[in-house]
Design a protein around this ligand. Sequence first.
Ligand code: PEP
Length: 249
Amino acid sequence: MRIPLIAGNWKLNKTRSEAEALAKAVVEASRGVTHAEVLLCPVFTSLETVARVVAGSNVKLGAQDVYWEEAGAFTGEVSAGLLKDIGCTHVIVAHSERRQFFGETNETANRKVKAVLKNGMTPILCVGETLAEREGNKVEQVVTEHMRGGLAGLSAGELAQVVIAYEPVWAIGTGKTASPAQAQEVHALIRRLLKELGGEEVAAAVRIQYGGSVKPDNVKELMGMPDIDGALVGGASLKADSFAALLKF
Ligand code: PEP
């Protein structure tokens, strides 16, 4: 059984005191939630604050990015070991905003995935097409490249620990959501690729989240699809009431 993972990606939002208040509200809303795992991914500067708030609760802590080297002359970067040290269990890798604005490639994504796994955390590898790619009938090609590139060289055991987030770029922060059928079609493709990469058992075990304008009013339908195992949520995770409502899918 795959337990759905509902993750809030706060992106570049929230001061430490705002992060503390929101995390407290999420911990409260998550009490008794056993049908899903709950994860919060604040800005680096709020990780320690949120770690303190979620300690002892069933809410987990994740980072939004990572660098693959452990230590050294890499000004501005944060390693997987340091994220583990602060209490992270998950790390988002290759979010489309990082691909779009910060030069993330499938090769750098792969190095990051490996660094996260090496440090005993769960990478959430983001894959998904732009609007131009969808309109050019390139969804399968792009998602396959993101998957094969990001997961290259992983053993079946390592693959089984990864989470994939399918996030069509045209649906992120735009209010446009992929229809449940559109999302399911790509999730099924991702599951087939997982089978090719790691075999039947891996494909059955790996969770595939959907991300892209997930809101309280569309989460239930999306989560009802057979290959959708959770949500990676941006905008609707920034307010306690909408994130709490999402958890009740
Ligand atoms: C995201 O940040 O990954 C995301 C899906 O954002 P939003 O929910 O705002 O579309």
